[in-house]
Design a protein around this ligand. Structure first.
Ligand code: SF4
Length: 465
């Protein structure tokens, strides 16, 4: 009897991936999906229908780990009733906790660190053959990374269901060498290892071939991209540095409309990079440049390797290049030892910097980081009160900046259609502001001039011009 596509489809093993955390995890999940599709798995939108469930985890805050543990708790029952159901825990919690996690939850069959993604198919097959728990954590050594990356992208990473294809993420660098005292990333993602430019360009072309108009190049410390390749004689860079060289190469790809990158570190942010915003229109008019604190004393305790004045100098470079550039940042309040005076310096910096928006967090100690061992931890009530003051200040500034857009013409790249409102599309302006546009036409993936008619703290409303 002829097996129909659906029957064939129904016979295929099914995979579902739940992703927590940053865009780097989204890109890793897409990569894992593409690897399992090579093993003839098919994506299912619902975890209950999956034969293989991958939890791609984040370790940036304690709360994130608890979420994973409670999710595993919910899976134990299914694990006991369905022996063919396989659970893999990937990402930063897998790397940070390692084998201990297997003792904490019997629901886990496979443990996979961010540095070992390529081993997923082998681990799944070995678990199925041996029924023994499989663990692959640790990172590629700086010495051997470059050779390994050749066959990095066998097929185009597949967007996870529900994620649109207009904007895509590419991990161009693993890890970070900075060791800021509050951060777990160097422990969960290892040292900086850059992807070869040829692979990045190939990836961009693959994404454009599947409809992408915008790509975001990702790294924990993306500005230091390529230095490891130069050190090993695997890449020759111009005086502007390997990251600026890469951006120029990617921007040459004609059918790419917008090119973005994150996350920048002010210490590694250079003048040639700021100047590129003047000459390369595809970079748009927005940059995310985390500062974390406005106090030089706290910046030193965080080992951020910049002072407030050096940070403000980077903002001046950017505003010289693009006078109306919108700038966003990350801020931590309540870092150990932070006095009211230190906080005031952060508060004043936010006023001076005129951010378009700010991601602000109360400091949470992360096991294994230097700051978690600092004695003068700030009481939660003080952190909460300072965070509220800072958010009130920035919310008012964001609203004022958004309302100042009313009456202006902007160019919007449309990312998705609203699920809640009929014939309404959402996109981002060149300043990376969210814009909502009612339209009977399908605007997905289009880059069009719009007139801003209204604004609130989170989004602008516009009409097509
Ligand atoms: S630069 Fe960023 S990723 Fe690297 S240690 Fe500092 S905060 Fe963490």
């Amino acid at each position: 009897m002829e097996t129909t596509l659906t029957q064939e489809k129904n016979n295929k093993l099914k995979v579902h991936i739940e992703t927590w955390g940053c865009q780097m995890n989204v890109a890793d999940s897409e990569h894992m999906l593409s690897l399992m599709k090579l093993q003839d798995y098919q994506w299912v939108p619902n975890a209950d229908d999956a034969d293989l469930l991958i939890l791609n985890t984040c370790h940036i805050r304690e709360k994130a780990k608890h979420k994973v543990m409670s999710r595993l708790g919910l899976l134990r029952q299914r694990k006991e009733s369905d022996p063919n159901f396989v659970v893999a825990v990937a990402g930063c919690v897998a790397q940070a906790e390692g084998k201990k996690l297997l003792e904490q939850s019997s629901a886990i069959d496979i443990l996979l660190g961010p540095g070992k993604i390529k081993e997923l198919p082998r681990l799944v097959n070995e678990f199925k053959e041996s029924r023994k728990k499989q663990v692959a954590t640790g990172f590629a050594k700086k010495t051997d990374a470059a050779e390994e990356t050749e066959e990095e992208f066998p097929i185009t990473p597949v967007p996870l269901t529900g994620k649109n294809e207009v904007t895509r993420y590419i991990n161009i660098q693993q890890g970070c060498d900075n060791f800021c005292t509050f951060c777990v990333v160097p422990f969960t993602r290892g040292r900086e290892i850059s992807e070869k430019p040829a692979n990045v360009l190939k990836q961009v072309e693959q994404f454009i071939a599947t409809g992408a108009k915008e790509v975001t190049l990702l790294g924990q410390n993306v500005n230091s991209y390529g230095h490891d390749l130069v050190e090993k004689g695997l890449l020759t860079a111009s005086a502007d540095g390997p990251f600026v060289d890469l951006l120029k190469e990617v921007a040459k790809i004609e059918s790419l409309s917008r090119l973005r990158f994150t996350t920048s570190n002010p210490h590694d942010f250079t003048k040639p990079l700021a100047d590129l915003f003047r000459t390369e229109p595809k970079l748009g008019k927005h940059i995310h440049l985390p500062v974390q604190s406005g106090s030089d004393r706290i910046l030193a305790a965080m080992k951020r390797k910049v002072t407030q004045e050096e940070y403000l100098e980077r903002l001046r470079w950017l505003r010289d290049a693009v006078p109306d550039i919108s700038i966003s940042t990350d801020l931590i309040v309540g870092f150990p030892g932070e006095t009211e005076e230190d906080f005031e310096q952060t508060y004043e910096l936010v006023k001076k910097a005129e951010y378009s928006f700010v991601f602000s967090f109360a400091y949470s100690p992360r096991k294994g980081t230097a700051a978690a061992r600092f004695v003068d931890q700030v009481p939660l009530s003080v952190k909460t009160e300072r965070l509220a003051r800072l958010n009130a200040l920035q919310d008012a500034a964001t609203l004022a900046q958004n309302r100042a857009e009313i009456g202006k013409e902007r160019i919007a790249l449309f990312h998705y259609k609203s699920k809640k409102e009929e014939n309404v599309y959402y996109g981002k302006t060149e300043h990376f502001r969210l814009v909502r546009v009612p339209s009977g036409r399908d605007l997905l993936g289009m880059e069009l001039p719009v007139l801003i008619e209204d604004a609130n703290k989170t989004a602008l409303t516009a009409k097509l011009l």
